[in-house]
Design a protein around this ligand. Structure first.
Ligand SMILES: [Zn+2]
Length: 440
C-alpha cells in the first residue's frame, strides 16, 4: 500500500479562516492521520510541504465539458443566438473533437484543484466524455441533457420514453464505473422540458438513488414563459408543484426567483449551483446568493461550460461569486471567504452524495490540494494565505493534487499524462474545428 507523509503544511480551517501547521499521513486511498507531528511509518514517501496551504479539493457542480474548446468562437453573442449557435456547433463536432474538448476541460479542472465534476453532456458526446474523465482520473457524476419542448429552432426533441431509455443507458454505462463515476438524470430545464418528462426522470432518479441535475431560472424571458405556462409565480414554483425539489436536486443558475421561491427551495433542501462567470458573460442576470445563504440554502458553485464562462478554475469562479454578492447587496460581510470555501468543497460534495470526501479528516478519502503561495511576488504574505488564495490567487497556485491517495499533480505538473503531448495532439484538432465553425 502506497503511503505519503505530508510534512509541515498549513492546514486550512474554513470555520475560523485560520491555518495550523501540521502533517498528513495518507495510506492507500485514505487519510490515515492528521496531527501536528507524525512519525514516518516505514516505506512512506515524504512530501515536504513547508508553508503550503492544505485543503480539500474542489467540487465543480455544473459542467458541460464538450464546450471546453469553444472559448473564443462563442464570445459576445446574445443568449438566443448563443444557444442556436451552440447546438449547431455541437452537431458538427467529431468524436475526436469532443474527446479533446472534454479532456482539456478535465485537465484544466484538475490543474486548478478540482477533483469532482457534475457533468451535463449530450447523448452523442457521452462516450467521449466518459473516456476523457477516465483518462484524467477525475471523479464525476454524469447525466445527459434531455429536452422535449422546442425552446428555439435548434432544440432537440425527444419522446419521454427515449429520454428514459437514454437515462437508463447512462446509468448502466456510468454508475460506479472505476469507483469514480456516478450517473444522474439531467433534463435541461423547464423552458425546454415538459412536466411529464421532468416527473418521469425524477421517478427514475429516485428509484436508482441518483441526483436530478437541471437548469433553473437562467433566462429572464424563458423563466417568465414557464411561469405563464404553469399559471404560477415562477419556474421554481413549477418544479415544486411537479415534485422535483428535494435534497437530491441540483439547480444550475437559480437567478430569476421570487422571495417565495427562495423559501420553497430552502424548505425543500434543493441545491442551487451558482455559475457567476456564465451569468455575467452571457448576461443571464445575477442570482441572490446572499439571500439564499441567509435562508440556510445549501449553495454550491459550478464553472458551467466554457462556451459561456471561459473558465474552469473554481477559485476564479468563487471569487466572482463573492464579489458579485458584496456589490449587489452593498454589504462586504456577505459571502465571506469561509462561506465561499465551503460552497466550493463540502456543500458540493455532500450534494453529490459523497459521504467521505470534502473535508480534511482522518478516515476520509484522500482528495486534497497543496497550494504554494510563497513563490509568487503578487501573493507573498505568510499570515493571510487562506484569504489571499481566494481573493488574490487563482488555480495556478495549486502545487499538488491528491485524488484517492494518488498524486496527480506535483509542482504544477501532471504525474500521469504528458501535457506537451496532449497539447500537440489537441492543437490541430481545435484549429480544424475552428475552420468548420467559421464556415457555419
Ligand atoms: Zn449549463
Amino acid at each position: 500500500m502506497k503511503k505519503y507523509l505530508i510534512r509541515n503544511c498549513e492546514i486550512a480551517n474554513f470555520d475560523t479562516m485560520t491555518t495550523s501547521t501540521g502533517e498528513i499521513l495518507v495510506e492507500g486511498e485514505r487519510i490515515q492521520k492528521i496531527a501536528p507531528k507524525i512519525d514516518a511509518p516505514e516505506g512512506c514517501e515524504i512530501i515536504d510541504a513547508a508553508g503550503m496551504l492544505a485543503m480539500p479539493s474542489f467540487a465543480d457542480c455544473h459542467t458541460h465539458l464538450a464546450q471546453s474548446v469553444l472559448k473564443g468562437p462563442m464570445d459576445d453573442y446574445p443568449i438566443t443566438t448563443w444557444l442556436v449557435r451552440l447546438f449547431g456547433i455541437e452537431a458538427i463536432m467529431t468524436p475526436e473533437e469532443t474527446y479533446y474538448s472534454c479532456l482539456l476541460g478535465c485537465l484544466t479542472a484538475l490543474r486548478c484543484g478540482t477533483t469532482v465534476l457534475n457533468e451535463m453532456t449530450g447523448w452523442e458526446a457521452l462516450d467521449e466524455t466518459i473516456h476523457a474523465v477516465r483518462d484524467s482520473k477525475l471523479r464525476a457524476t454524469i447525466g445527459i441533457s434531455t429536452t422535449d419542448v422546442p425552446e428555439n429552432e435548434a432544440t432537440p426533441i425527444l419522446s419521454v420514453d427515449e429520454a428514459l431509455r437514454r437515462s437508463e443507458g447512462v446509468y448502466r454505462k456510468v454508475h460506479n464505473l472505476d469507483g469514480r463515476m456516478k450517473a444522474s438524470v439531467a433534463p435541461a430545464g423547464l423552458p425546454a422540458v415538459s412536466g411529464r418528462m421532468a416527473q418521469e426522470l425524477k421517478k427514475f432518479a429516485n428509484e436508482h438513488g441518483l441526483v436530478y441535475h437541471t437548469h433553473l431560472g437562467e433566462g429572464k424571458m424563458e423563466t417568465r414563459n414557464v411561469a405563464k405556462a404553469y399559471g404560477l409565480g415562477g419556474e421554481a414554483e413549477a418544479l415544486a408543484q411537479l415534485g422535483i425539489l428535494d435534497k437530491n436536486t441540483l439547480l444550475a443558475h437559480s437567478i430569476w426567483l421570487s422571495d417565495h421561491e427562495l423559501d420553497i427551495i430552502a424548505q425543500s433542501g434543493a441545491n442551487p449551483v451558482h455559475c457567476p462567470c456564465t451569468n455575467l458573460k452571457i448576461s443571464d442576470g445575477i442570482p441572490r446568493i446572499a439571500e439564499m445563504v441567509k435562508r440556510g440554502i445549501n449553495v454550491t458553485i459550478g464553472c458551467d461550460g466554457e462556451a459561456s464562462s471561459s473558465n474552469r478554475d473554481m477559485i476564479r469562479e468563487a471569487r466572482m461569486a463573492a464579489y458579485l454578492q458584496k456589490g449587489l447587496t452593498l454589504d462586504p460581510t456577505v459571502l465571506d471567504a469561509g462561506t465561499v470555501y465551503k460552497m466550493m468543497t463540502i456543500n458540493g460534495i455532500r450534494t453529490l452524495g459523497y459521504e467521505d470526501l470534502g473535508e480534511l479528516k482522518e478516515g476520509n478519502l484522500a482528495d486534497f490540494i497543496l497550494v504554494d503561495m510563497d513563490h509568487d511576488i503578487a501573493l507573498i504574505n505568510p499570515d493571510y494565505k487562506l484569504n489571499n488564495f481566494l481573493y488574490a490567487g487563482d488555480g495556478r497556485n495549486v502545487d499538488t493534487v491528491f485524488l484517492n491517495g494518488e498524486i496527480l499533480l506535483r509542482h504544477g505538473r501532471f504525474t500521469f499524462i504528458d501535457e506537451e503531448e496532449v497539447l500537440a495532439k489537441a492543437t490541430p484538432v481545435i484549429r480544424g474545428l475552428n475552420r468548420k465553425i467559421m464556415n457555419l
